[in-house]
Design a binder for this molecule. Structure first.
Ligand code: ADP
Ligand code: ZN
Length: 702
């Protein structure tokens, strides 16, 4: 086992990070022990390091199987920016170029080689353990027809383990479900793979759902609050991506549409421009995003409701990969729900899709922490409310709903956990209909125990029970409601359940508050650093976020490193980036600080004058001590006085003089500047006295 004392220096040197995240260290150690593993980590969780770091420590190369050419190029660019020898191999390259790459493999010039599964055949001659130390399979769910991105070419990967029996295989994916997981292991023939399943929580993504009324204007406002922030807006149809793009463009927003109706060149251009921060907003169908690793996507909006939570979570996951604050906004409309329902009608697994849509709908209508709901859908339970969703920030009023919960859960128990929500509610309410009567449910002791609550309200309460994990829907058993181990706590151990009344909430309050709070800060160091990053990105033709992530820029802004040694302390600054970019960034910080100093100088210098004045020094003494002219000192005192400081101005100007300035002001009709007064008094009253008098009059008037 390699301990972190040897791994961390390498992590810092090449990637600029000081510590591991999640289970990265354990995973890396497993790979280094040459054991197979399967890594399930959410998008942005930090999967790449899990094979990129071991790759640096192996003698041979690490072969990385990746489904998309665009993604490969991005990863290779990122590695090279960190000073790591990497390349990719695919069908878009000429034979000569491919030959060169093979040459580099054989002569050990590379640490990582990215390859599309289709191109593996062309690598036959180097698929030998003499050359290859590790195989990483990115987006491993593509191998499974259970998964949502099945790629037939991935299925040939099973031969890898046969050709390279002693080479460790690390398969990585963000798709969690069990069937897919097992399929990956079976197909890759890695039955002993150690599985690492990390939390799916993406804490930095703030969740919000709003009613869809007037959503275009809401979006325009939303973007106006976030100048220069990259974002994606997902729409259900090609037509709505185009229409929305037009509306946004008409408001001067730099938006483009992306959908399957565009030709390859057009799509590539939109994607490239987005990756390079040349386009701020993309209005897209769900096709957009697969080939994008862009870590500085700051927000994702769902113009329409997605058809299930898997899709929703995958799409919002494209925001905030760098770990800094990001936002996911979903517009919820009943019309969308109906349309999605129509799409599902008559499809092969209709029931399952309907149930999934229902969960999506419940998420949108939630009155309890949305992240809890989302994670519970993926089988993960959050102990506490997240504090970073609209419900947490603007909570609905809660009451003790324990009795209501007990009634519902006891009916579920009585019905042997085999009935759906509708039947449960019918029994609770003592409905006399075919189901309840045919099945003799009217004979049950709990029949009708909830007849004081309306049908619709029961639905609202039971949805909350599901959302809070006290019961769950079994999709594969006709959506029967079933108990969870938390149900027992409520039924038998006195666990209290908090619920909300079914009320209309104004979900936009929070956003409004944020809006008024937000000042328009343009000339920040972050903005300056961002522009510098953009400039370098265009010069070097690599995406800006590969130079430094937003998280790194934020830290540079906060720490303001002034030397190489300090710059190296920043998370995300490794050896090569330090050498290549350090000077330029430090110079930018210096320039910014110098300008700031200049700007603040005026108020500072007045403060120094004030300190001396308080000590009882005369104007002349202050002027002499500070090497200033007397009028300058007077101007400081005027400024301080008008700011409300305690200064006896009549020391410097008589009451009579102030009165005559007052009269002159009236007579001259409050002229601009001091010159008219100076002329009015036939040059007999000094400028500094006029200024002092005006300052006094000003403050008296206020
Ligand atoms: P994934 O492939 O799981 O979507 P990435 O490997 O692209 O995630 O990593 C997401 C982001 O997190 C990247 O910007 C990466 O630089 C950053 N990151 C990864 N590991 C660490 C770490 N240990 N410390 C800080 N940042 C990290
Ligand atoms: Zn929450």
């Amino acid at each position: 086992m390699t301990d972190s004392s040897t791994l961390i220096p390498t992590l810092k040197k090449y990637f600029g990070f000081d510590s591991f995240r999640n289970q990265q260290e354990e995973i890396i150690n497993t790979v280094l022990e040459q054991k197979d593993c399967l890594v399930i980590m959410p998008t942005g969780g930090g999967k790449s390091i899990c094979f990129q770091l071991p790759a640096l420590m192996f003698s041979g190369i690490t072969l990385v199987i990746s489904p998309l050419i665009a993604l490969m190029k991005d990863q290779v660019d990122g590695l090279r920016a960190n000073g790591i020898e990497a390349d990719y191999f695919n069908s878009s390259q000429a034979g000569e170029e491919q030959q060169e790459i093979l040459e580099k493999v054989v002569t050990s010039k590379l640490k990582l080689l990215y390859v599309a599964p289709e191109s593996l055949g062309a690598l036959e001659n180097i698929l030998k353990e003499a050359y290859i130390s590790c195989v990483a399979i990115d987006e491993a769910h593509c191998i499974s027809s259970w998964g949502h991105d099945f790629r037939p070419s991935y299925q040939q990967l099973s031969f890898l383990k046969r050709s390279l029996p002693n080479t460790p295989v690390i398969a990585l994916t963000a798709t969690a479900d069990k069937a897919t997981r097992q399929d990956i292991i079976d197909q890759l023939q890695i039955p002993n793979a150690k599985q690492f399943i990390t939390s799916f929580d993406r804490k930095n993504i703030g969740l919000e759902v709003r009613p869809a009324n007037d959503r275009v204007n809401q979006i325009i406002d939303f973007i106006a609050q976030r100048p220069n922030q990259s974002g994606i807006i997902y729409c259900l149809s090609r037509k709505s991506t185009e229409q929305l793009k037009d509306r946004l463009q008409s408001k001067g927003i730099d938006a483009h549409a992306y959908h399957a109706g565009l030709n390859f060149e057009e799509r590539t251009k939109v994607q490239e421009d987005f990756i390079f921060d040349k386009t701020q907003v993309v209005c897209a169908t769900v096709a957009f995003g697969m080939g994008i690793d862009k870590s500085n996507v700051r927000w994702v909006i769902h113009y329409n409701m997605p058809k299930n939570l898997e899709g929703y979570y995958q799409e919002i996951g494209r925001a905030g990969r760098d770990g800094t604050k990001a936002k996911a906004l979903l517009f919820h409309s009943y019309a969308d729900v109906l349309q999605l329902r129509r799409f599902i009608d008559g499809t092969t697994n209709e029931q399952l899709q309907v149930a999934k849509l229902d969960r999506m709908k419940q998420f949108s209508e939630a009155t309890s922490c949305r992240r809890k709901i989302l994670l519970s859908y993926f089988g993960e339970l959050l102990a506490k409310n997240c504090g970073n969703c609209d419900i947490c920030k603007n909570p609905p009023q809660f009451f003790n709903g324990t009795v209501i919960a007990q009634k519902a859960l006891s009916v579920i128990t009585r019905l042997r956990q085999s009935e759906s929500m509708g039947v449960i509610i019918d029994v609770l309410r003592g409905a006399k209909n075919a189901t309840t009567l045919d099945k003799h449910y009217d004979q049950l002791p709990s029949y009708g125990i909830g007849n004081d609550i309306a049908w619709k309200d029961w639905q609202h309460y039971i949805i909350q029970l599901i959302d809070q994990g006290y019961c769950e829907i079994a999709f594969h058993k006709h959506n029967a409601l079933q108990l969870t181990h938390f149900s027992r706590e409520v039924l038998f151990n006195g666990q209290q359940v908090q619920m909300t009344k079914p009320i209309e909430r104004n979900v936009q309050i929070e956003e409004q508050k944020e809006k008024t709070k937000k000042s328009k800060k343009k000339d920040t160091l972050f903005e300056r650093l961002r522009l510098l990053r953009l400039k370098i990105s265009l010069e070097e033709n690599i995406p800006a976020y590969l130079i430094f992530s937003d998280a790194t820029l934020k830290e540079i802004e906060a720490e303001r490193p002034m030397s190489e040694a300090e710059f190296k302390q920043i998370s995300g600054v490794g050896q090569r980036k330090m050498e290549v970019y350090g000077d330029e960034f430090i110079a930018e910080i210096n320039a910014f600080m110098a300008e700031k100093k200049k700007k603040t100088k005026k108020s500072d210098t007045a403060k120094v004058t004030y300190e001396m004045y308080k000590k009882g020094m005369s104007i002349e003494a202050i002027a002499e001590a500070r090497d200033l002219k007397a009028p300058t000192v007077f101007s400081h005192l005027s400024k301080l006085y008008s700011e409300g400081k305690e200064i006896d101005m009549y020391q410097f100007v008589t009451k009579e003089e102030v009165i005559s300035v007052k009269n002159a002001k009236k007579e001259l009709n409050s002229p601009e500047g001091l010159k008219p007064y100076f002329d009015h008094f036939n040059e007999e009253l000094e400028y500094s006295k006029i200024r002092l008098a005006l300052t006094i009059l000003d403050r008296e008037n206020r």
